[in-house]
Every structure is written in C-alpha cells, then in structure tokens.
Design a protein around this ligand. Sequence first.
Ligand code: GLV
Ligand code: MN
Length: 215
Amino acid sequence: MTTTLSLSFFLTLCLFVIPSLSSDSDPLQDFCVGDLKASPSINGFPCKSAVSASDFFFSGLGAPLNTTNANGVAVSPANVLTFPGLNTLGLSMNNVEFAPGGVNPPHSHPRATEAGVVIEGSVFVGFLTTNNTLFSKVIHAGEMFVVPRGLVHFQWNVGKGKARLITAFNNQLPGSAVLPSSLFGSNPTIPNPVLTKTFRTDDVTVNKLKSMFAV
Ligand code: GLV
Ligand code: MN
C-alpha cells in the first residue's frame, strides 16, 4: 500500500516537473503569420487570417546599408516586426554592415543565442563570459561564430575595406541591450550618483557621456 502510494506520488510529481524542463512545444499548425495590427498575446502575435506567398519571403537583408555614423556600423533586422512570417517559428536574422574600422558596440540579446557568418571582410568577434573572460578571434569571409544566449559581445571591422555579417537568432525577436546607450542614453536617465560611483568618475564625464548617447 505504502509502495503504491509513493509510486503514484512520484508519477504525479513527474507530470508537474517534466513540462517545465522541456523546450518550446511543437507547433500545432504549419505556420502563424503574425498579425502586427493586433496586440501581442502572451508570447508573440495572433495569426493573420488571410495569408499569401509574400508572407514567407523577405528581401530586406540584401539592400546596402548606410554606415556613416559614429560607430561605422548599420544593422537591418529580419525579425517578427519586419517579417511577420517568422511569428512562432523561433528564429530571426540580421544583416550587419561595417565601414572600415566600424564597431558593433558591446550588446547582448536577452532572448537568444546568436550565430553569425562573415560574408565580406575580416572581423574581430568577441564575447564575454559572466566571469569576464573574453573569447575572441579575427574571422574572415565564410567563417562562423556563435555567442551563447545573453552574453555581452561585439564586432570590429579590422580589414582594409568594408565588412558584412549575416547573423541568426533562435528567437523571433531577440531584443538587443546596447550597453553604452542603456547606461547613458536611457529615458529617464540613470541618476548621476549611480553612474559616477559605478564608473569611479565625476559628473563632468558622466554628463559628457549622457550628451553623446541622449536620444
Ligand atoms: C550582431 O552581433 C548582431 O546582433 O547582429
Ligand atoms: Mn548581437
């Protein structure tokens, strides 16, 4: 009797524990093209009712980007907001272009692991572990990298000409927390005492950084 009770208790426990250990559930339909006019539901957009072939194609990753900016970098995303056919499919991509010397500044994607391939040029790619070890390498056209989910990473064009990457994410909207603008360009701004103490510096330096990253 006691053995039967413990066995049924164990099986009941398994029923509660196993789903929380599993990954995303398998799709229940072929696709769910996002209806961006509707409010997002708990995890993504509701499905659009009328679907056509154009919902499954996106030509926005090929157009040349303007890299004339302070970082010398430009990113064009193919995520659920620009390509609603990705809704519920758990993936997205970016086209990233660099002027010579351009830097994609330290940032992290809270909801995705990133994989990337160099299409053109030579790029110094690095990511930081949570105990501040830097893993980095210069990679060239045809070579790939990976950044584990949520870790801070950056890229720097170290070649003579321009450079280009295509990156991919295991999330339809990976999100990007770009460290300099998160810290110095937030709205409302982070109070100066937090930043002066954090960076062991003074108001003049913090105000200068805030003025550079203000939106
Ligand atoms: C590169 O790091 C990217 O987020 O596309
Ligand atoms: Mn990234």
